[in-house]
Design a protein around this ligand. Structure first.
Ligand code: NDP
Length: 284
């Protein structure tokens, strides 16, 4: 029931707070020490150095902006990694997750890579999960402490896997959210409030039907345009961009998709499904 949390941005702070809520003995370290004040008032201990943070507990949860920050911090005391399990819940590429896991192992520690699938308010609540990969025995050894934060989606031994799944999901999140914000800008420009459109937005953003319909076809390489096709998408995206631009809204986001659709049409796929765009994007 004791843990170290390194990194007190919104996510690391929520994690340290969740541990305190559950009665853990919590040691924290952050580059900007003042961010620990509220946690210290609730009983957390502030480590005076990275070395002290690492030696305080066997399990060290790391939540920083990216792996450059992870190295900027952990390289202050690499010798203190020996015997530690670093639950690295920091976002970065799969390759960086692998090389850092090897670096940690080279100093006698173990990295579990994590990709958190909730914003900070979800930490410590049921029904949210984190992708994990890395040594299964390390995940099992620390299961109760990891589950104090979120559920566990364990993907396998490759330390890059959790980062990969996280990046695929967050790719969809950013592009999907950009679509929501763009649509909302159009709504605003035409005098429709965000609250007024709220429930329509929820319906428009629910792509579950398409995801389940498309996934087997993408895997099978079947792109028949029996439901929609790229030629229709070109016309539709022009309407979307023109509606935005007519009200002075930047049309760059729908036009970026339009450009990709046009590449597919130019390659001879105008009568094929939107799923053909996966091949246009990979160049296959
Ligand atoms: P940030 O990504 O902004 O991380 C802030 C933390 O990183 C702070 O502790 C900051 O220290 C530290 N940091 C950044 N650069 C350095 C550096 N060079 N040296 C030392 N420390 C550094 O905020 P979050 O807390 O939101 O995110 C943490 C991780 O969680 C990220 O990888 C993010 O992608 C991921 N994540 C976040 C979600 C969210 O909704 N917020 C959701 C899912 C994942 P200081 O306080 O001193 O600036």
């Amino acid at each position: 029931m004791s843990v170290t949390v390194i990194g007190l941005g919104p996510m690391g702070h929520a994690m340290a707070a969740a541990y305190l809520d559950k009665g853990y003995d919590v040691t924290v370290w952050n580059r900007t020490a003042g961010k620990a004040d509220g946690l210290l008032a609730r009983g957390a201990r502030l480590a005076p150095s990275v070395a002290a943070a690492l030696t305080a507990n066997e399990l060290v949860v790391v939540s920083l902006t990216g792996y450059d920050a992870v190295h900027a911090v952990l390289e202050q005391a690499p010798e203190a990694l020996a015997g530690r399990t670093v639950a690295n819940l920091t976002s970065d590429t799969p390759e960086r997750a692998r090389t850092t896991a090897a670096w940690v192992a080279g100093h006698g520690g173990v990295q579990i890579t994590g990709g958190v699938q909730t914003p900070p308010p979800g930490i410590g609540t049921p029904d949210v999960a984190t992708y994990y990969s890395g040594p299964a025995e390390a995940v099992e050894a620390h299961r109760p402490a990891l589950e104090a934060l979120t559920g566990i989606d364990y993907l396998g031994e490759d330390p890059g896997l959790a980062a990969l799944y996280y990046q695929i999901g967050i790719d969809m999140f950013w592009t999907g959210l950009a679509g929501y914000l763009h649509g909302q800008a159009v709504a605003q420009a035409y005098g429709v409030s965000a609250r007024e459109f709220q429930e329509q937005a929820v319906k428009s953003l629910d792509l579950s039907y398409f995801v389940r319909f498309y996934a087997p076809r993408i895997d099978a390489g079947e792109h028949q345009g029996d439901m929609e096709n790229l030629a229709m998408a070109e016309a539709s995206l022009e309407h979307v961009a023109r509606t935005a631009e007519a009200a002075g809204v930047d049309g760059a986001i729908p036009r970026a998709i339009l450009e990709t659709v046009r590449r597919g049409i130019a390659a001879g796929h105008g009568q094929e499904s939107l799923t053909r765009l996966t091949g246009v994007l990979t160049g296959r």
